[in-house]
Write a protein that binds this ligand. Structure first.
Ligand SMILES: Cc1cc2nc3c(=O)[nH]c(=O)nc-3n(C[C@H](O)[C@H](O)[C@H](O)COP(=O)(O)O)c2cc1C
Ligand code: SF4
Length: 517
């Protein structure tokens, strides 16, 4: 009997040795004359267990991890191919509490399917949403997405249905759908996981967006540091086109949608939607003033839907199961689920998809197992490099756009970066200003000039020079950046700076006190 084994092809799993483990399993099976079928599946996102090897048994998939090349002969000796006992045995993977306590809607296929197998995708509810969409008018699709309560997962949390409606109502012979896959936020990787692990889901979501608004061309702007995501998407687009899921007559209909992948320019600000459009048009990634909105005057001056990978990836399920199914998850105005990414100083880093309403404490303690160092959590940055630092006392806040805003935070793209009590928050504040200085597109003065001045002021504070007056100056500078910047790059850099000042004032005290602390 052929034994079916799974080793992830996700780039995190590969960076942890998954390719070598897969090769070792193949060689060992050959040596022992055991017939195996080794599938390179997507990753479950339980990264501390990678390389995770799963074995198909009658009871379900049994997991072993993290596996090294050296472990492989002993795993065969233990009969792991039948789910045998071994010190790395994890039992049924689906029963692991980390997975079982999640609400995986967007990430339902993650770790289960072979990313480039269209059959696998179809067998796991793939393209059910597109089939439904093809029977609806554009307006009905937009209404469904609006009713689902989906809000943009790229950072600004703008209602997706309302954005689509603006594009639908904009008259033009040519409209576009652009997927923002620049994923520059610190501590985030959910877009990458989708592109590498479930590319047809993104393609399906973009195709539905095209049908909804009347766009026939789409672009995916992929972060330049994601070569595997780029290659996987290109191959998936070739396959989808070959089988009629893209092209001039989608599934035999009179609807057309074509898709292309573009390599991003390697700059954080190119993730800002108007800078991304400039970059896609072959220009330098400078932010455009709004209005006009990209929904009216976007790529090449035409009405354009711009959405994050996760927003678009949520769409097939919304169409397949209905708006109410999705909307029933979540709290308040935050409907559905969010793939949260646990990183930084955390024991069990990985992907946790939960309905809105879970608390940060549950995520960091129950899922993440606290810090990797074993020391107390001191600060948590949520929402990327422009997100506020939260203190350990604020972790009971619910993951909800409004709840986080109420305490001065942002949810952004769902990246959660944990720091223990050795962190120096003055250094972190300096880092925020330095990051802005490096990444600023330079178009407006508060950001271009303000951020390097911010670095200088924080340097003086760190050196213990006129600390009080420099802190006043820093707050003043932050207010100018917040009020006067053209985009959120300069407008939000004060979030990490001011939150560090507000929650961790002891780190900005005069030098002797800092040393004593
Ligand atoms: C400096 C900066 C960087 C950004 N980077 C990204 C990014 O990498 N990915 C993304 O989806 N949105 C990013 N955004 C937000 C986008 O401008 C835009 O709001 C988003 O792509 C819209 O999609 P959504 O409605 O699906 O969230 C960034 C915004 C700013 C100001
Ligand atoms: S805030 Fe910064 S990144 Fe944004 S437009 Fe102004 S200079 Fe450019």
């Amino acid at each position: 009997m052929t034994i079916t084994l799974y080793v992830s092809c996700d780039s995190t799993a590969r960076s942890l040795g998954a390719d070598a483990v897969a090769n070792a399993i193949r060689s060992e099976a050959l040596l022992r004359n055991i017939e195996i079928r080794l599938i390179r599946n997507s990753s479950r996102g339980l990264f501390w267990l990678e390389p995770l090897v799963e074995v198909a048994t009658e009871a379900g998939r049994v997991g072993y991890g993290p596996v090294t090349v050296e472990d492989v002969p002993a795993l065969f000796d233990a009969g792991f191919q039948q789910g045998g006992e071994h010190r790395l045995a994890l039992g049924l993977v689906e029963e692991l509490p980390y997975l079982k306590r999640q609400e995986r809607l967007t990430f339902a296929r993650m770790g289960i399917t072979d990313p480039l197998s269209l059959d696998d995708y179809l067998q796991h509810e793939g393209y059910a949403g597109l089939e439904k969409a093809l029977a609806l008018s554009g307006r009905q699709i937009v209404e469904t997405v609006t009713e689902s309560g989906l809000r943009g997962r790229g950072g600004a949390a703008f209602p997706t249905g309302i954005k689509w409606n603006t594009v639908l109502e904009s008259e033009s012979d040519q409209k576009y759908v652009v997927c923002n896959a620049d994923e520059g936020d610190s501590g985030t990787f959910s877009d990458r996981m989708v592109m590498e692990g479930d590319p047809f889901m993104l393609i399906e979501g973009m195709t539905i967006a095209g049908l909804a608004v009347g766009a026939t061309e789409g672009y995916i702007y992929v972060r330049s540091e994601y070569p595997q995501a780029f290659a996987t998407l290109e191959e998936a687009i070739r396959i989808a086109s070959r089988y009629g899921y893209l092209g001039s007559n989608i599934l035999g209909s009179d609807k057309a949608f074509n898709l292309q992948v573009r390599k991003a320019a390697g700059s954080y600000v190119c993730g800002e939607e108007t800078a991304m459009l400039e970059s896609l048009e072959g220009k330098r990634g400078m932010v455009r003033a709004k209005p006009p909105l990209p929904a009216v005057h976007g790529l090449f001056g035409q009405p354009t839907v711009i959405n994050n990978v996760i927003s678009l990836a949520a769409v097939p399920l919304i169409l397949a199961r209905g708006a109410a199914y999705y909307r029933d998850f979540g709290m308040g105005r935050s409907r559905g689920t969010l793939p949260l990414q646990l990183t930084g100083n955390i024991r069990y880093g990985g992907l946790v998809e939960k309905a809105f309403g879970v608390t940060l404490r549950e995520l960091i303690d129950d899922f993440g197992g606290g810090t990797e160092s074993g020391r107390p959590v001191r600060a948590v940055q949520v929402g990327g490099p422009l997100g506020a630092y939260l203190s350990a006392g604020q972790l009971d806040v619910e993951v909800d756009y409004e709840a986080l805003a109420a305490i001065g935070g942002v949810l952004g793209h769902g990246g959660i970066v944990v720091f223990d009590d050795t962190v120096d928050m003055a250094e972190q504040a300096r880092f925020a200003m330095e990051f802005c200085a490096l990444e600023s597109c330079g178009k407006c003065t508060p950001c271009r000039i303000g951020s390097p001045r911010g670095v200088e002021v924080i340097d003086k504070i760190i050196a213990g020079q006129q600390v009080e007056s420099q802190i006043t100056l820093l707050r003043d500078l932050c207010a100018t950046m917040q009020d006067g910047s053209l985009c959120a790059m300069g407008g939000m850099t004060p979030y990490p700076v001011l939150s560090a000042l507000d929650h961790f004032p002891e780190d900005f005290a005069a030098a002797p006190v800092r040393k004593a602390g």
